[in-house]
Design a binder for this molecule. Structure first.
Ligand code: NCD
Ligand code: ZN
Length: 343
């Protein structure tokens, strides 16, 4: 049987939630990933170091058995985040970044930033202390077509920001467009990007396959095939600017299967297996380990993991649903057969 042993990966963009959802989703992440950058978009959001320490403790408490998982915490940037908040984050060993949600851009982003120019002193502090800014790179102007919101964000928000603060460390999260790939390639070494398994696997047709497919709805929304091809080229290029971030975003099934279904794809149980399949399908399995396990720690200035994991090539069927106490979560590829699994 074909097997593949790599350094244990990290997930550089993950939503773990709280309570029964946290307990239900943590085992799948722990199984494949040694560390994860944990998103702060709880209700209320994780806006300061104290809240992040309390959330980190909740995650450790929910960790199964002898798990050695490390939660790398992030803080939610708001209009009120101060340079002192940045200094406190820089001084805390468990906090690794700030997350920029333009207000209204996505799930639980209501407390996000309404005016980036007004936050300049705070952003200058991030550049000074080299605390990375993780960006949800979409404008929120309803006049902008939903499929263009990433490219307009680049032109109107991110380019001017980096011109003003050329030293700012930025991770362009869940990149979805050819324009995004080109922007990251042209930018300095301080700019990197995460790529999700679902944006590498699916184009926008997947949302409308013989009907509305709410479990394929996420933000940024899936794009055209030409964009997916650009993302694959970036992922398998061996360029250290592109690394793994699942954006695994669990929601209760009923919140997605609704007349106004919410955004987010739960991919943690299948993500590593899908990345392996995508790299193999593109004759690039030799590039997988850099993408999953080396380039992320390099950008964040963290050591590479010492553990290894093995994947084996053997068909398995993804569960149709994962139960989470009184709720249930439908994973990406529910009920489908995948080719790679953990040995
Ligand atoms: C995320 C969520 O559900 O928290 N949803 C999503 O579609 N990706 C938020 C986000 O990362 O945009
Ligand atoms: Zn996310």
């Amino acid at each position: 049987m074909k097997t593949l042993t790599i350094i244990k990966p990290d997930d550089w963009h993950l939503h773990l939630r709280e309570g029964q959802i946290l307990e239900a989703v943590l085992p799948a992440t722990v199984n494949s990933f040694r560390r994860a950058i944990v998103m702060p978009n709880l209700i209320p959001p994780v806006t300061n170091v104290d809240l992040a320490m309390s959330y980190r403790q909740d995650i450790l408490t929910a960790c199964p058995g002898d798990c050695d998982f490390q939660a790398l915490m992030t803080l939610y940037l708001t209009d009120n985040t101060s340079p002192a908040d940045v200094k406190a984050a820089a001084d805390n060993p468990y906090v690794h970044a700030f997350k920029l949600y333009p207000a209204g851009a996505t799930t639980n982003s209501e407390s996000g930033v309404t005016s980036l120019p007004d936050l300049m002193p705070t952003l200058e502090a991030m550049a000074e202390y080299q605390v990375p800014l993780l960006v949800h790179g979409e404008v929120t102007d309803p006049a902008v077509d939903v499929f263009d919101r990433e490219s307009v964000f680049i032109d109107h928000v991110l380019s001017p920001l980096l011109e003003a603060l050329p030293q700012l460390k930025v991770v362009f999260e869940h990149l979805t467009t050819r324009q995004g790939v080109e922007f990251v390639l042209d930018a300095g070494e301080n700019v990197a990007a995460t790529l999700t398994a679902h944006h590498l696997l699916l184009n926008r047709n997947a949302m409308f396959d013989k009907g509305i497919r709410p479990h394929h709805y996420c933000l940024p929304v899936l794009k055209r095939e030409t964009h997916r091809q650009a993302l694959i080229a970036a992922a398998i290029s061996g360029n250290r600017k592109f690394f793994l971030g699942t954006d695994s975003a669990p929601h209760d099934r009923l919140a997605k299967e609704s007349s106004c279904g919410c955004a987010g794809i739960y991919s943690a149980p299948v993500a590593l297996e899908l990345y392996a399949q995508i790299f193999e399908d593109n004759d690039a399995l030799d590039k997988l380990e850099g993408f999953t396990s080396l380039y992320g720690p390099d950008f964040y200035g963290l050591p590479v993991n010492s553990e290894q994991i093995t994947l084996k090539k053997q068909d398995w069927q993804v569960p149709r649903v994962i139960s989470a106490g009184t709720e249930e979560i439908v994973p990406l590829c529910a009920g489908e057969t995948l080719k790679w699994q953990r040995a």
